[in-house]
Design a protein around this ligand. Structure first.
Ligand code: NAI
Ligand code: MG
Length: 367
């Protein structure tokens, strides 16, 4: 049966990098896999067409698809559109309506790019960690959330961190499941020394571990110490599980261990369907629409291509195909093919978006 893949290329460099992903999908279709691809609008282009950053019809398709692959949204053209229909609102609606509570951000250092890291080569060589961030709860969503006028010339800003047992249980379960197919180690990070939510987080992770995943090695770190360890000795980690706020910051720190924004994929997963066991899923590069380079053929398509590799792995049970695609990327980088963002001060002629995509598709043959 065909896998239904909904492609939402979006704005700016989104359609450029997605063009290369479509070639990759085409290669897998020509080599034994069966993806039925449908394309639709999201972000500023959807606003221009329908007055909404994601239309109800598109949402319907996203709910039915086996996986959604998104490019990027936004750009200066839409800076003045009303807040509720701004391009980013499309992304937020997708995450919310698909209930994508688990955000997976790998930080993997490709050997050929080890000198691109913010850290020394020996600290990041061979680095392969996965940050699992809770995405739909915590302080970004908790109520009350307001700026109160205190009437004496003072105001009070209130954000509320809220976590229920079930939210911690399901994100911890995702982290343990992923660890089982990786290096079997999970580090949970919170601030139980100063936050009640940290105490509950720690205790629920412990309970889930004891009840269902005692085969996985588990340790806990306070999130601030975890941030320090991530920069001091990143290779000590395999899977890190943490809440929405800490995960936002820690995954950006981890991103800089590996080099360019143009290299970073992500996945957001929902709960398994009771009947099919299939999780709703959205895959997207970490970067935005890069208006400064859009339309120039300069964008690095690797983040988007590696996001499709994550789709192969997590939505389509095609781990071998995912490995093959990642090896093709590795090989092309080792051959010295570089988009402009991967060229340091020493210079060299950059490959275009299309040349990088073509090189990766060619490398799929040999891998
Ligand atoms: P950005 O990620 O679009 O760009 C930051 C810098 O990285 C720019 O210099 C850009 O040229 C470069 N860059 C990004 N992706 C690249 C790639 N694949 N290859 C080579 N270079 C790359 O972030 P920025 O500039 O803050 O935001 C631009 C627009 O994108 C805004 O409208 C913002 O709201 C939106 N945005 C959308 C996101 C999404 O769709 N998930 C995420 C972040 C920003
Ligand atoms: Mg962030």
């Amino acid at each position: 049966m065909a896998h239904d893949l909904l492609i939402l290329a979006g704005d700016g460099i989104g359609p450029e990098v997605m063009g290369e992903v479509k070639k990759v999908v085409g290669w897998f279709n020509a080599n034994g896999m069966d993806f039925a691809v449908e394309e639709d609008l999201v972000g500023g282009c959807a606003y221009d067409a329908h007055g909404q950053a994601v239309s109800d019809a598109t949402m319907d398709k996203a709910l039915k698809a086996d996986a959604v692959l998104l490019g990027a949204v936004g750009g200066p053209k839409w800076d003045k559109v009303p807040y509720e229909v701004r391009p980013e609102a499309g992304l937020l609606r997708l995450r919310k309506d698909l209930e994508l509570f688990a955000n997976l951000r790998p930080a993997k250092c490709f050997d050929a790019l080890a000198d691109f890291s913010s850290l020394k080569r020996e600290l990041v060589e061979g680095l392969d960690i996965l940050i699992v961030r809770e995405l739909t709860g915590g302080v970004y969503f908790g109520e009350p959330k307001e700026i109160r006028d205190l009437g004496n010339g003072q105001k009070r800003a209130i954000d509320t961190q809220v976590y229920d047992t079930y939210e911690i249980d399901r994100i911890a379960s995702v982290a343990f499941e992923l660890a089982r197919v990786r290096d079997n180690r999970v580090c949970s990070m919170e601030k139980r020394n100063v936050m009640r939510s940290g105490v509950l987080w720690h205790d629920v992770v412990e309970e889930v571990h004891k009840a269902r995943y005692s085969d996985v090695q588990l340790n806990h770190m306070l999130a601030d110490a975890g941030g320090m360890q991530l920069v001091r000795r990143p290779k000590q980690f395999d899977v890190i599980v943490t809440d929405n706020l800490f995960g936002d910051m820690l995954s950006d720190v981890a991103a800089m261990l590996t080099g360019s924004l143009g290299m970073l994929p992500s996945a957001s997963l929902g709960a398994p369907d009771a009947a099919t066991g299939r999780r709703k899923a959205l895959y997207e590069p970490v970067h935005g629409s890069a208006p400064d380079i859009a339309g120039k053929g300069l964008a690095n398509p690797i983040a988007c291509i590696l996001s499709f590799a994550m789709a192969l792995r997590y939505s389509f049970e095609a781990g071998e195909a995912a490995d093959r695609l990642e090896r093709a990327v590795e090989q092309v980088l080792a051959q010295g093919v570089r988009t402009a963002d991967l060229i340091g001060p020493e210079g060299g002629a950059p490959a275009s978006t299309v040349q990088m995509g073509d090189a990766i598709v060619a490398a799929l043959e040999g891998n």
